[in-house]
Design a binder for this molecule. Structure first.
Ligand code: F6R
Length: 241
């Protein structure tokens, strides 16, 4: 694992955007694995600026997102589809037909999971997978548990994740209780991984990911085994390292 120390959120976002920018310039047909959440917002904003300035293009890229809530349609304002459209896809030149987010509204979510894994594998897995980390060490919606989930699967969200995500809904009762998430094996199949963390509330998770034992109780700890994983964390998130 390579660790890049950033001063603060803005510095973390600039550093992450520079790496994704270089990836896309060097390989305009990059397959990008993307994440939602607060953490990558600054990175997406930086990439939008770079594309608008004509410094890079996503026109030939394809993307695969990590996860989506079960039961929310693509146009639901709290869906991850909607998040990606409004915070990145609609603002850059990526072809919407080449962007993929798991289908949380599918009639058969298990079949949707299998199909998603097939598509990601057929694309050759992401050249670069962007990740955030949950306060409990989750990546995607792979929550602490007894085993590392393998492929894309349906997850029962933990109370801590439901509570953390409730800030985006009118009330905690509206937060879906299930999600579709890429599994750990799918995530680990990416050729390169970039995981971002900002803020003191992530400090324990970052410590456990980087310095703790590899255990499904801290799903991000598996990233220690990835041959090309870069962590970019700011001073607050590195407080315990
Ligand atoms: C989002 C995702 C989650 C988040 C994590 C951190 O697609 O997969 O694992 O990366 O919950 O969320 P934020 O960035 O909001 O702190």
């Amino acid at each position: 694992m390579e660790l890049i120390r950033a001063k603060d959120y803005a510095d973390m976002s600039r550093k992450a955007a520079n790496i994704i920018f270089a990836q896309v310039v060097l390989n305009p047909k990059s397959v990008l694995g993307l994440a939602t959440g607060d953490t990558p917002l600054g990175t997406y904003a930086q990439l939008i600026e770079k594309q608008k300035a004509g410094d890079c293009s996503f026109a030939q890229c394809s993307s695969y997102n990590l996860d989506e809530y079960v039961g929310l349609s693509a146009d639901h304002p709290q869906s991850y589809h909607y998040f990606m459209r409004t915070n990145f896809f609609d603002a850059v030149d990526i072809d919407a037909a080449n962007t993929h987010v798991p289908d949380g509204a599918a009639a058969d979510v298990e079949a949707a999971c299998t199909e998603y894994d097939r598509m990601v594998a057929a694309a050759g897995y992401p050249d670069l997978q962007l990740l955030g980390i949950g306060r409990n060490g989750h990546i995607g919606f792979n929550e602490p548990g007894d085993t590392f989930p393998r492929g894309t699967h349906v997850v029962d969200l933990t109370e801590s994740t439901i509570e953390a995500n409730s800030r985006l809904f009118d009330s905690i009762d509206e937060v879906p209780r299930q999600a579709i998430s890429m599994g750990i094996q799918t995530i680990m199949s990416a050729h390169r991984i970039l995981i971002l963390a900002s803020g003191e509330q992530k400090a324990q998770a970052v410590h456990d990911m980087v310095l703790g034992p590899i255990t499904p109780q801290v799903p991000a700890s598996i990233l220690q085994l990835h041959p090309a994983c870069t962590v970019i964390a700011d001073e607050a998130a590195l407080a315990l390292c």
